[in-house]
Write a protein that binds this ligand. Structure first.
Ligand SMILES: Cc1cc2nc3c(=O)[nH]c(=O)nc-3n(C[C@H](O)[C@H](O)[C@H](O)COP(=O)(O)OP(=O)(O)OC[C@H]3O[C@@H](n4cnc5c(N)ncnc54)[C@H](O)[C@@H]3O)c2cc1C
Length: 466
């Protein structure tokens, strides 16, 4: 029996797509810069046993498997390679258990992030990881990329919310990792090994996730500064004071002006200015005290003005400026959006460095970011119809990665490496770490079945085998 027939037998004929018009839609994620091939087939299994059968069939045929959730990734991580099978988890979309007493949920990988958040809220509980794509990205994709979001500074990223996983390995066997208990240290931490592995080590088919009590509706404070240096100083003061806002976002003048145009609103963006948007979900008097304390620190750092509100609707409106920043920039032209992270004390250096990189390239670089954890998203704006501008933008994109590393940062804070930044992973981690990465890959996926070309190449440049 050939591979396609075996896949049809495993998942049913309707769940195997081979028509290029249909498979094309599963060949790419949301990052246009990353390479993508043409899949030989797309399969949409409905349960773990079907995933196992597909993996076994592909392993026997020697055909690579690219796992895929919603395809909202920004690194080409879910992009097809030529002749692969793209395995899409969106039909595995059930919350299998919500145990309110033990504050945990057991989910299939295709559950949309928002669906779990809403289900948890019905029990007075909270699933914290909140990527801006939460209305459509899957928990499987969040786990595979170790996704972050706006409230990571206080609540951590996806790996901080995982207790255990079920993973289909390259030989089709089923691995269980982790636990359901609050504590537990038995064995190597295989859960964390698979979280953030970007589909290169196995296919996550089930996850046990931690829930927290639902926090109070947040109060919001906004502060404007006449320079990113002052805004950066304000962030440092908040951290040094031991305050932990549930959200702390920063926007530069270019992003602010783009949002003003997009929303047709006046956000008070002057030349060289920067805005901090912060929230406290501590509730009651604690939230009032936290907002007051931030207000004082922002004024000490030289804020031009501050505005605080306990009204959640007004808070959401103020936050809208940050949430629309990417579409607002896209309205101005083609965009390359970065995802670097730097120590919080170096945020201002990164922002001024990006401005310099932009002016040297004759392009605009706008910066927004999660100031609470130093994860910044500089966006290079360019004319998509000009090859010369594209080349300059690509150069600026790389210069920003180099800048982040020089500031003691990392080339990815939350989006991952995917098929976009593989050579940068090598530059950041160095040869010993890359050797250990390759040994782990060889141990778990000796034939290189899962997501080839993502994260790193199997052998170092000049190595013995390709
Ligand atoms: C507008 C927008 C805003 C965004 N905001 C954020 C943000 O705030 N924070 C953030 O972290 N990201 C953000 N992202 C990026 C993206 O949404 C996240 O990376 C998300 O976690 C991807 O989920 P997905 O289901 O779309 O996965 P996909 O894009 O389909 O896949 C992502 C990676 O996970 C692997 N994978 C998927 N499912 C599995 C599985 N079951 N087992 C093994 N591997 C698997 C894929 O092979 C791929 O390597 C944003 C994207 C967009 C378009």
């Amino acid at each position: 029996m050939n591979l396609i027939d075996r896949l049809r037998e495993a998942v049913g004929g309707a769940a195997v797509l081979t028509d290029p018009d249909a498979t094309e839609g599963y060949a790419r994620d949301m990052m246009p810069l990353a390479p993508a091939g043409r899949p030989r087939a797309v399969v949409l299994p409905a349960d773990t046993a079907q995933v196992q059968a597909c993996v076994r069939a592909c392993a026997e045929a020697g055909v690579p498997v690219v796992p895929r959730g919603a395809g909202s990734g920004l690194t080409g991580g879910a992009n097809a390679v030529d002749d692969c099978v793209v395995l899409v988890t969106t039909r595995m979309d059930r919350i299998l258990e919500l145990d309110a007493d033990n504050r945990l949920a057991v989910v299939q990988p295709g559950v949309i992030n928002r669906t779990l958040r809403d289900a948890a809220a019905e029990h007075g509980l909270f699933y914290p990881p909140d990527p801006s794509s939460l209305d459509w990205c899957t928990l499987g994709g969040n786990l595979a990329t170790d996704a972050g979001g706006l409230c990571c500074g206080k609540y951590g990223v996806t790996s901080d919310a995982v207790l255990g996983l079920e993973v289909v390995l390259a030989d089709g066997s089923l691995l269980g990792t982790g636990r359901r208990t609050v504590k537990g240290v038995a064995g190597y931490d295989l859960t964390r090994l698979f979280v953030g592995s970007e589909g290169t080590l196995g296919i996550i088919t089930r996850a046990t996730l931690k829930l927290r009590p639902l926090p109070a509706a947040p109060g919001t404070i906004v502060a404007a500064f006449d320079s990113v240096a002052r805004a950066g100083d304000a962030v440092n003061r908040v951290v040094r004071a031991g305050l932990v806002p549930s959200l702390m976002e920063i926007m530069d003048a270019t992003s602010l002006r783009a949002c003003e145009e997009y929303l047709r609103a006046d956000l008070g963006a002057g030349d060289g200015s920067a805005l901090l948007l912060c929230q406290s979900d501590a509730g009651g008097v604690s939230a009032a005290a936290e907002l007051d304390a931030m207000d004082g620190l922002f004024r000490e750092a030289g804020a031009e003005w501050t505005h605080a509100t306990r009204d959640p609707t007004e808070g959401a409106l103020l936050l809208r400026a940050r949430r629309v920043s990417l579409p607002a920039l896209e309205a101005r032209g083609a965009c390359m959006t970065e995802d670097v992270a730097v120590p919080r004390t170096r945020i201002a250096d990164l922002m001024t460095g990006c401005e310099k990189i932009g002016s040297e390239a004759g392009l605009t670089v706008a910066v927004v970011g999660h100031a609470g954890d130093g994860n910044m998203h500089p966006t290079v704006l360019y004319d998509g119809s000009s090859a010369a501008e594209y080349a300059r933008a690509r150069g600026a994109f790389d210069a920003i990665l180099a800048l982040a590393l020089s500031l003691g940062g990392t080339v990815t804070g939350e989006h991952g490496i995917g098929k976009l930044k593989t050579e940068w992973l090598e530059r950041e981690l160095g040869p010993v770490s890359m050797r250990v990465h390759r040994q782990l890959k060889d141990a778990l996926d000796p034939a290189g079945l899962f997501n080839p070309g993502a994260l790193f190449t199997r052998r170092p440049a000049g190595g013995r085998t390709a």
